[in-house]
Design a protein around this ligand. Structure first.
Ligand SMILES: Cc1cc2nc3c(=O)[nH]c(=O)nc-3n(C[C@H](O)[C@H](O)[C@H](O)COP(=O)(O)OP(=O)(O)OC[C@H]3O[C@@H](n4cnc5c(N)ncnc54)[C@H](O)[C@@H]3O)c2cc1C
Length: 487
């Protein structure tokens, strides 16, 4: 009896799946008949490369077709058509998210924003209008000719769209706030295909919601970003052996504990406890052409194995930063305030936990941690720019990220569980010492970390109200269901 019921259910599920697959193909053909060449189906030669363009193999997928609209009107048509047909979709900018389904999709339609790729600089208004499908390298190199820059990503291959909508951590953050704090206008295609501008005067609720609200409100075609007269800088990377970690943590603590830290100074420590041959890399950035400024004094007496700091442009500095090539990637984020004992305990956990041996035993298993100091000035600058959705506290803090890489799909769950176990221990320590911060940085968060929940009840309620207004049918919750969704 039970088996017969299951067979009926299985038949129904199969029928439903194939009906929905044929619906997906029908919508692809329908849009193709109208838009022509900007749609790539599985039989075409470019499909394989486009469907596997995402940074981590864990999120490669097989969409029914990949659509690359060339302007906002086309995008509007695509969004309203997939919504009318009830077809699931995902939106991709640079494809660096490690969240499965966020920026690629099995079945359904992948909307690839690669053709939103222009940068227009307006010197009078001191802004740049930046296409949402660009990588940061293209943005910075276009603006270099004017000797200006924007508050943007620190690694140049990463996409503008996802990084900005997740908040965005930049080397300019202590000075001007997060990337999202420096957006003055979003051009957005909403769920019913309407193209709207969201800024402080027009649709201010949507403007606010997009500052950390990810892909929950619409598809952004262009970001208007404030520009700043920053071009020449000093810094680069210093490489240390893992033995230098205790001294580096002592220096980090001193660097971060200064009451009024120089906001032109920025660092990020990356260490590779599972790979002693790489050791630890300190990224040092000073946003003026001044050698060895005082802010970095705590690091002076630690002798590096290699020192590549020099006077150069900020773009050159970021271009030279090493980026590891990994096949399968995940990452986890935790935040806490400054305290020497907490630093020491967290440093021990991320460099000596037994889970690191388990990770090393996976094929090509590795873990790197990134120690990202954020000053209270970054949060205050964001508030001065009108505020964002993130619920940050204006205190000096660290956003820790654990990056895990491995090779085999068979190890996906193990890699997740080992790293998740370390981040849980980190949170236990920071909670027990009263230094835990209830914030998970979306851009460094794993799929199962509850990011938006941690923005705080007030922020969540306002985000939900805004979503109800601009997307009453919940299209960006149900049809575009990948990524960090509203709780
Ligand atoms: C090597 C490396 C370096 C990094 N460095 C930094 C850094 O310096 N600072 C930082 O903050 N983060 C950094 N990150 C994290 C990065 O910000 C996130 O991975 C982010 O999601 C990448 O954006 P993307 O456009 O490439 O991603 P995608 O995978 O294309 O998109 C991520 C999410 O955003 C949505 N999305 C993208 N564009 C749009 C749009 N226009 N409209 C609506 N939704 C959209 C997608 O649907 C998806 O859910 C780094 C990541 C890597 C791999």
């Amino acid at each position: 009896m039970a088996r017969a019921a299951l067979q009926v259910l299985a038949g129904f599920t199969l029928l439903f799946c194939s009906a929905s697959a044929s619906q997906d193909h029908a919508v692809c053909n329908h849009i193709k008949s109208q838009l022509g060449n900007d749609i790539v189906s599985p039989t075409e030669s470019t499909y394989e490369a486009l469907s596997t363009e995402n940074w981590s193999q864990t999120v490669w997928a097989k969409p029914s077709c990949i659509i690359q609209p060339t302007n906002a009107d086309q995008l509007s048509h695509v969004v309203s058509t997939v919504v009318d047909w009830g077809v699931e979709f995902a939106v991709r900018s640079g494809g660096h998210s490690v969240v499965p389904g966020a920026a690629n999709i099995n079945g359904g339609v992948l909307i690839d924003l690669a053709n939103f790729n222009t940068v227009e600089y307006n010197a009078d208004q001191q802004v740049a209008v930046v296409g949402s499908g660009l990588r940061w390298k293209e943005v910075y190199t276009s603006l270099d000719q004017y000797n200006v820059t924007v508050v943007g990503g620190r690694v140049l291959d990463v996409g503008v769209g996802g990084l900005t909508l997740g908040g965005g951590l930049s080397y300019l953050a202590d000075l001007y706030g997060l990337v999202c704090d420096n957006v003055v206008n979003y051009e957005v295609v909403t769920a019913n295909g309407t193209i709207v501008n969201a800024n402080a005067e027009s649709n201010p609720d949507l403007f606010w919601a997009l500052k950390g609200g990810a892909n929950n409100f619409g598809v952004v075609t262009k970001f208007t970003l404030k520009t700043y007269d920053i071009h020449d800088a000093w810094g680069g990377v210093r490489v240390y052996s893992l033995d230098a970690l205790p001294a580096l943590f002592e220096a980090l603590y001193q660097y971060q504990s200064v009451a009024n830290k120089d906001p032109y100074a920025n660092i990020m420590l990356q260490a590779f406890p599972t790979n002693a041959s790489i050791g630890a890399i300190l990224n040092i950035v000073y946003l003026k052409p001044e050698q060895e400024p005082e802010a970095f004094a705590p690091f002076r007496n630690i002798t590096p194995l290699a020192d590549l700091t020099k006077l150069q442009t900020l773009t050159e500095l970021m271009l030279a930063a090493p980026v590891p090539e990994l096949t399968r990637v995940n990452w986890f984020s935790a935040s806490f305030t400054n305290d020497k004992e907490v630093f020491d305990k967290v440093a021990d956990l991320v460099s000596k936990s037994p889970e690191l041996d388990d990770l090393t035993n996976l094929t090509a298993g590795s873990l790197a941690f990134g120690w990202q100091p954020i000053s209270s000035s970054a949060v205050l600058a964001g508030q001065a720019h009108g505020g964002n959705t993130l619920g940050l506290q204006p205190v000096n803090q660290t956003w820790l990220v654990l990056d895990v890489g491995w090779w085999s799909p068979d190890d996906d769950e193990l890699a997740h569980n080992y790293t998740s176990s370390i981040i849980n221990k980190v949170n236990d320590v920071t909670k027990s010492k009263g230094h835990y911060l209830d914030y998970i940085f979306m851009n460094d968060a794993a799929a199962d970390q509850p990011v938006i929940e941690h923005y705080g009840a007030k922020s969540v309620a306002k985000l939900k109200k805004t979503a109800k207004k601009y997307d009453p049918d919940g299209v960006f919750q149900d049809l575009a269901s990948g990524g960090f969704k509203l709780p």
